[in-house]
Design a binder for this molecule. Structure first.
Ligand SMILES: [Zn+2]
Length: 420
């Protein structure tokens, strides 16, 4: 068993936290922004220092590769992202990149023999927080392997035209050209050149901490659905129209949302999570009774049968009348549970056991680039405990010890996979 260096990991955490430092403990590092380019350059500098060969593909994904002893063997890749959400933390995404770097640095410094070439990789634009959608470049690169309904959301031309949320004008394609990181399509990760993919990531939830586990052996990304529940009423004047005669779409929606929570909770399903995070209100003026209200509902669970039951409840909203308003339920999108490769999950578990790192199996509730990669290559993930379960916010934190353990678990799992 090999262990990664706590001191080197601490140094990386400190250095990468400066790129996009927002001044109060976290970062804003949009994909291909000057801050992200600093992080990319630092990655390249450190990887060149250990003799890795650097390549970029046509959507600016970066690959740093140490050759193996067998020139015919396919690459094993460890990948994550350097971009963040607005006012995000110092660990989401970048921990996976730092762990991949740390694994390669350990291989180089300890001269660990390996047959396959080993690659550390940066995916471009995972968060999609400046140029939507999320997981854009894994969507583009894995396009031919994705289920059709997912693939159609990641057409290359559409992605290049994705507009900045800041000015609604400049495009991802322009940022790509200007970045200096646009390389060749032939360098894309593919099943012809790559054998396995690993991604280390913070948990982004409280389960590992609550159970006193340092590392999570991730077995799947949860299936989910995302629907819109819409209410149609009538706008009238807030001062002149009697309460009894109103058809207030906001009031209708609030009643329906409370009812949904009661009905879904009545199912009593452990590990089910559901969220209303986005609303639209029209005309959204304080002197007007709203004639339209629309809320999202996102539900996630491993078992499709559970999701079917929840969906039946959501859909039944449309059969009822809510404060005199008509209700409509419309599908936004859904995805099935994506299971990681069982053999690789086993390698991760054995690595954690061999190193004596406390661990448990865990599902991923969030989407990751690894999820799209898994349609193309055998793939798996390792989670590192998140303090307080916080993420996508500035207080996001994982201890350097836990980060280093995560990297060591990945390194040993990769070295086991290298024997295949
Ligand atoms: Zn992430």
């Amino acid at each position: 068993m090999y262990t990664c260096s706590l001191e080197r990991m601490k140094d990386k955490i400190k250095t990468f936290s400066t790129f996009g430092d927002a001044g109060h403990g976290g970062i804003t590092r949009y994909s291909l922004s000057p801050a992200a380019i600093q992080a990319r350059n630092e990655f390249i500098r450190r990887m060149k220092a250990i003799g890795a060969e650097i390549e970029t593909d046509d959507v600016a994904n970066i690959y740093a590769t140490l050759p193996g002893s067998d020139p015919a063997a396919k690459r094993i890749v460890m990948a994550s992202h350097v971009d963040s959400v607005k006012n995000g933390g110092n660990y989401d995404g970048i921990l996976g990149v730092m762990s991949a770097m740390e694994a390669l640095e350990t291989v180089a410094s300890e001269k660990i023999p390996h047959r396959h070439p080993l690659t550390a990789m940066i995916w471009t634009n995972e968060e999609g927080s400046l140029y939507p959608p999320a997981m854009m470049c894994s969507g583009i690169v894995c396009y031919d392997y994705l289920p059709e309904d997912i693939a159609q959301k990641f057409k290359y031309e559409d992605m290049l035209n994705s507009k900045s949320i800041l000015d609604n004008k400049s495009t991802f394609g322009e940022a790509l050209e200007a970045s200096g990181f646009k390389g060749e399509r032939k360098n894309r990760i593919s099943p012809e050149k790559y054998q396995y993919m690993f991604e280390t990531h913070i948990e982004q939830g409280p389960i590992l901490e609550d159970e006193g586990c340092d590392v999570g052996v991730v077995d799947c990304v949860l299936g989910m659905f995302n629907y819109r529940v819409r209410f149609y009423g009538q706008t009238v004047h807030a001062g002149t129209f009697p309460m009894k005669k109103r058809r207030d779409a906001f009031y209708a929606a609030s009643q329906a949302l409370c009812w949904l929570h009661e009905e879904i909770d009545r199912l009593g399903v452990p590990e089910l999570v559901y969220t209303t995070g986005e609303v639209v209100c029209h005309p959204c003026v304080h002197t007007c009774v709203p004639d339209y209200f629309d809320f999202s509902i996102d539900a996630r669970h491993e078992d499709p049968k559970v999701l079917e039951k929840v969906l039946a409840i959501v859909k039944s909203c449309a059969d009822r009348e809510w404060a005199g308003c008509r209700c409509e339920v419309v599908k936004a999108w859904n995805r099935d549970t994506v299971y990681w490769d069982k053999k690789l999950v086993g390698y991760v578990k054995s690595a954690a056991e061999g190193l004596g790192v406390s661990h448990r199996y865990i599902h991923s509730g969030a989407g990751h680039d690894a999820q799209f990669a898994s349609y193309m290559l055998p793939t798996t993930m390792i989670f590192v405990q998140s303090k307080g379960g916080l993420s996508h916010c500035e207080p996001e934190y994982s201890t350097p010890e836990h980060c280093t353990e995560g990297a060591s678990v990945m390194l040993n799992a990769v070295l086991r996979a290298d024997q295949d």
